[in-house]
Design a binder for this molecule. Structure first.
Ligand code: PEP
Length: 259
């Protein structure tokens, strides 16, 4: 089954309104210049919350989508500093990253909360990009597959029963490969993506075949082509390299045409 490839840029806590707009303009211009290369894949930008609206204005008329980096599990009310899904929709978001490892480890997001946030995203009409991945200790202990399986299983009680669940995106990001310059090997990536696909299909049947599984963790122009060529890799979640328009465009250009 052909799944549309997607490349997502996670800008994390970097940039101001002006720099975010400049980066967005360079990406849109680059995509227009290499128009044929942008066709096979969807592109999503996830700027910091303060830049969502200005970036959304820059994206008007382009095919590039906007995403949040996080959302509250609640709808509204006394949750100082939080942003809910309808607020993200209100500034033009289509996607939201959920359960990034920096939030799991730094903000106490456990599997249950990640599932509730995923459910909130679905409720508000956003496509959740749910991150899963093991730490180096867990891999060294031979527990990588078990940990990721458990993170996946935690989602299913709150995955909707409707067709909407096909819009779920999973991002496999080994924690030890994020921002470290250290890559998972192609074998490690395919093994984990194969497991995630198996779990999705076992729990969701045919819908599991349609769900996209991204790889994230030090993806660069030099390694993107080999990673994107793997059978169960449907795109990438890109951190550091998404802050440089030429690197990000080169990563997009590495996406194979699977249509
Ligand atoms: C990320 O933060 O999701 C990520 C994959 O970062 P990097 O590409 O910098 O490793």
């Amino acid at each position: 089954m052909a799944r549309r490839m997607v490349v997502v840029g996670n800008w994390k806590m970097n940039g101001w309104v002006e720099t975010a707009q400049e980066l967005t303009h360079s990406i849109i211009t680059g995509l227009k210049e290499h128009h044929h290369r942008s066709d096979p894949c969807e592109v999503v930008l996830c700027p910091p919350a303060t830049c969502l609206y200005p970036v959304s204005r820059c994206l008007e008329g382009s095919m590039v989508r906007l995403g949040g980096q996080n959302l509250s599990e609640f709808d509204h009310g006394p949750h100082t500093g939080e942003i809910c899904g309808t607020m993200l929709r209100n500034v033009g978001c289509w996607y939201v990253i959920v359960g990034h490892s920096e939030r799991r480890s730094g903000c106490g997001e456990d599997n249950e909360r990640v599932a509730r946030k995923m459910a909130a995203a679905f409720r508000d009409g956003l496509q959740p990009i749910v991150c899963v991945g093991e730490t180096l200790d867990e891999r060294d202990q031979g527990r990588a597959l078990e940990v990721v399986r458990e993170q996946m299983e935690g989602l299913f009680p709150l995955v909707p029963h409707s067709d909407q669940r096909q819009s779920l995106v999973i991002a496999y990001e080994p924690v030890w490969a994020i921002g470290t310059g250290r890559n998972a090997s192609l074998e490690q990536i395919q093994e984990m993506h194969g497991l995630i696909r198996h779990v999705l299909c076992t729990r969701l049947g045919e819908d599991g075949e349609r769900i996209r599984i991204l790889y994230g963790g030090s993806v660069k122009p030099a390694n993107a082509k080999a990673i994107f060529a793997l059978e169960d890799v449907d795109g990438g979640l890109i951190g550091g390299a998404s802050l440089n328009s030429s690197d990000f465009l080169a990563i997009i250009a590495a996406v194979p045409d699977r249509s």
